[in-house]
Write a protein that binds this ligand. Structure first.
Ligand code: ADP
Ligand code: ASP
Ligand code: MG
Length: 448
């Protein structure tokens, strides 16, 4: 059994959906197809919610009209039956009905937002399964909310593995044995009480991996718009090359440090069950893409560069740190209290620097940290990470790395405890140059 996941661009046009049908048909019997919303639809739904929060019901309704129109055009282009069109109209009408009241109340809760955001995957999965059926492919639909059970952390819901496994056994496995393909929307789930949740942006990859683990799939395929995981985001480095094989650790690190090609949590369910994750290009289906597995022999080469924009650095300086215990704990407690994850950390005898990307509570965090020492804040930063297993054992990489970046002002340096990454913080305006220099040094013209 395989799980085959298609991202937004892979289902963004009628031609792309026809291509998806061919890939699923070739995948053999009993595959679970997980699909994202059509490209840009989740963004449009996010804008709808923002407009509602701003009290602008007419614009929110207009945005939703655009979402409906896009699906209506797709249904027409694929020649789908009236039932598909009715389902779409009903689903959008239900959201439309929520807009005036929620906007007037000025209270679009995270729970209501998730119900609205789920519309994208609800519609795309239904349209795609109806297209499969029209093409004579034996396929059925399952509402992901029946199997992907989560807690109630709306917008970033945490899966409940035990409940997912039970629901999958009762509801999904019987369908997989009876049909050639089962189609589900990614990104969405529900609490045990049936309240709709979402896993966070880009979460369809995570859905695919969770469901792959629950059905005991022998492979989890992530089909996207590039030839697998590459040495860098090809949007910045057009000469980036596909990395044929990565370990789970390397892929997790790349995703965590910003390579958008995989949602950062995707790898964990796969690791738990030892399922290979394969990243492939919907538009070049003969390309083998990237295979992510537990062990990659003794391949100690550098694999890729990841980067993240929009980073904020906080420096906390205090003489109380000297020889004291409990100081770092006090600093991290501030971030915990404000539910803000810290990404990189460096310390000296009298100072600690940390990076965050969620600045929602920055002011409150700064005030609390000022009780512990002098605080300075730098915004508009970026993190660049070089990733590859066994980096610490390879002599000279650090020297080459910093020599390459002579012309760039490097703020913080962190060598990951996982031994697969070295990360630096630089000004966001230097990001593209730094990435180009590192890629030229380590990846151009063959293996690193
Ligand atoms: P999908 O809609 O299929 O989930 P995403 O847009 O989420 O696709 O992810 C694919 C994109 O990730 C690519 O188009 C590419 O620009 C970007 N990307 C970032 N880093 C990498 C990388 N190292 N390798 C490949 N793609 C990357
Ligand atoms: N549609 C969702 C998003 O755009 C989930 C996904 O595509 O993975 O974030
Ligand atoms: Mg994605």
């Amino acid at each position: 059994m395989k799980v085959i996941k298609f991202g937004g661009t892979s289902v963004g046009t009628a031609d792309a959906i026809r291509q998806v049908e061919k890939i699923v048909r070739n995948a053999g019997p009993g595959s679970l197809t997980v699909v994202s919303a059509f490209s840009c639809i989740t963004n449009a739904l996010t804008r709808t919610i923002t407009l509602m929060r701003q009290g602008n019901a007419p614009e929110a309704l207009a945005e939703l009209d655009g979402v409906e129109e896009r699906h209506r055009a797709m249904i027409a282009e694929l020649g789908l039956p009236a039932a598909t069109a009715c389902f779409t109209a009903d689903t959008v009408d239900r959201v439309r009905g929520l807009i005036p009241a929620l906007t007037a109340l000025g209270d679009v809760t995270p729970r209501a937002a998730d119900t609205i955001l789920a519309t994208g995957e609800t519609l795309s999965s239904r349209i795609i399964v109806d297209h499969f059926a029209l093409q004579g492919l034996d396929a059925t639909h399952i509402d992901a909310r029946e199997v992907l059970i989560t807690d109630a952390s709306f917008g970033a819901a945490q899966p409940d593995t035990a409940l997912i496994e039970e629901a999958v056994r009762c509801k999904l496995l019987p369908l997989l044995t009876r049909h050639r393909a089962v189609v589900a929307g990614g990104y969405i789930g529900a609490t045990p009480q049936g309240v709709t949740t979402t896993l966070g942006r880009g979460g369809s990859d995570y859905s695919a991996a969770l469901l792959a683990a629950a059905i005991g799939a022998d492979e989890c395929q992530i089909w996207t718009d590039v030839d697998g995981i590459m040495t860098c985001d090809p949007r910045i480095i057009p000469a980036a090359r596909t990395v044929p094989r990565l370990t789970y650790d390397e892929a997790a690190e790349l995703a965590f440090f910003g390579a958008k090609v995989l949602h950062p949590l995707t790898i964990f369910p796969a690791v738990r069950k030892g399922i290979p994750v394969v990243i492939r290009n919907t538009f070049a289906p003969d390309h083998p893409g990237t295979r992510v597995i537990a062990q990659n022999g003794n391949d100690r080469r550098l694999k890729a560069i990841a980067f993240q924009r929009g980073i904020t650095v906080l420096h906390i300086r205090s003489n109380r740190m000297l020889g004291a215990y409990g100081f770092l704990a006090a600093v991290f407690t501030v971030f915990r209290d404000h539910r803000t994850p810290v990404d990189l950390v460096t310390t000296s005898e009298v100072s600690i620097s940390v990076t965050i990307d969620d600045t929602a509570h920055l002011d409150a965090i700064t005030v609390d940290l000022m009780r512990l020492g002098e605080v300075s804040v730098e915004q508009g930063r970026a993190i660049v990470s070089l990733i590859g297993d066994g980096m610490r054992e390879t002599a000279g990489i650090g020297a080459r790395f910093f020599n390459t970046l002579r012309t760039v002002n490097v703020g913080m340096v962190s060598v990951g405890a996982s031994e697969v990454n070295i990360s630096i913080v630089i000004a966001e305006r230097d990001l593209e140059e730094a990435v180009r220099l590192i890629h030229n040094e380590f990846f151009d013209g063959g293996a690193a």
